[in-house]
Design a protein around this ligand. Structure first.
Ligand code: TUI
Length: 314
């Protein structure tokens, strides 16, 4: 399935794997790249040496293109920004902020920069700074999310910029991929669907919670902190929301309450105190599969959906 994105990135299918913090390691990224998508290692809040090790491991798993996602709120962001240049990384995606101040150096090093944006204004800013493409992510996504949803966001970003648009947020099957291609996207980024991949090394409790989740089982917390996060409804998210509504609780207390919660979910499967970040598409994710099976199924469904769509014409 060729699009401007497969040609730009040298991959077989226009499917990127989200740069999920604590989740997107060499095992997952390597498998996605081997299956013809673009695997992405999440730098998240990790120090540079840890990320360097994951890059090395990924190169042992695959000789196909892969990327690194830089979480711009990371305390190590400056180090990671240098690391991707040193390591000759070909594709950098960013999240949770504006990467403009790093882009000149990345572009000079030949890196294709693909920021995640949540609005047209952000998309235009990164286009001006030299982005190769943008990932426009709707609020249906898991993790840190913006205000707009995927359906209105994608066509507006497509109109706002001249660079290719990759759609993210709420997509977990071929119907979603077909839909966003119709909205003008030339690729997709999926996170939640890859959480249950065999090669995804998260705790089994995390996978089981995704597999059991229904349509209404995610919520956002953290609006008062200025960075809303979507996750599965659990005792942790309910307690967080209660604290958030309690005006006697300071921002610092809220931050402290949330600290380490994603790690507890991913590594310990802690159903009481973990934060299981996941998108609204969790209800669409029904079985554990290999990454290869997921990608093949996504492509087949996308083609069937597009062909079947002809029934609505005439
Ligand atoms: O970045 C993400 N998703 C993430 S990052 C993350 S780690 C984290 N954990 C707890 C709290 C906060 C972060 C977990 N999930 N997705 C990409 C994304 N970026 N979605 C939305 C945005 C975004 C939102 C606002 C990017 C820029 C922005 O504002 C730009 C600015 O700084 O004005």
């Amino acid at each position: 399935m060729k699009t401007i994105i497969t040609e730009m990135l040298g991959i077989e299918y226009p499917i990127l794997q989200g740069g999920m913090a604590w989740v997107a390691n060499a095992s997952l990224a390597g498998a996605v790249s081997n299956a013809g998508g673009l695997g992405i290692i999440a730098a998240a809040n990790a120090p540079a040496e840890i990320v360097r090790e994951e890059i090395k491991k990924t190169r042992e798993i695959t000789d196909k293109p892969f990327g690194v996602n830089i979480m711009l709120m990371s305390p190590f962001v400056d180090d990671i920004a240098k690391l991707v240049v040193e390591e000759n990384i070909k594709v950098v995606t960013t999240g949770a902020g504006l990467p403009t101040k790093y882009m000149k150096d990345w572009i000079a090093a030949g890196i294709k920069v693909i920021p995640v944006v949540a609005s047209c204004g952000m998309a235009k800013m990164v286009q001006r700074a030299g982005a190769s493409a943008v990932i426009a992510e709707g609020g249906e996504a898991g993790g840190h999310v913006g205000e707009l949803n995927t359906m209105p966001l994608i066509p507006q970003v497509c109109d706002a910029v001249d660079i290719p648009v990759i759609a993210a947020g709420g997509i977990a099957d071929g119907r979603g991929i077909a839909a966003v291609l119709m909205l003008g996207a030339s690729g997709v980024q999926l996170g939640t669907r890859f959480l249950v991949a065999r090669e995804c090394t998260i705790h089994p409790n995390y996978k089981n919670k995704i597999l059991k989740a229904k349509d209404i089982d995610t919520m956002t917390t953290g609006k008062r902190l200025g960075h809303p996060v979507r996750a599965l409804k659990t005792p942790f998210t309910r307690a967080f929301l209660k604290n958030e509504k309690d005006s006697t609780k300071s921002i610092e207390e809220l931050e402290a309450f949330g600290a380490g919660a994603l790690r507890r979910a991913v590594q310990e499967g802690d159903e009481q105190n973990g934060c299981f970040m996941a998108g609204q598409s969790s209800g669409l994710v029904k079985k554990e599969q290999t990454v290869e099976e997921i990608i093949q199924e996504l492509i087949e469904e996308t083609k069937q959906t597009i062909l079947g769509g002809l029934k609505w014409v005439e």
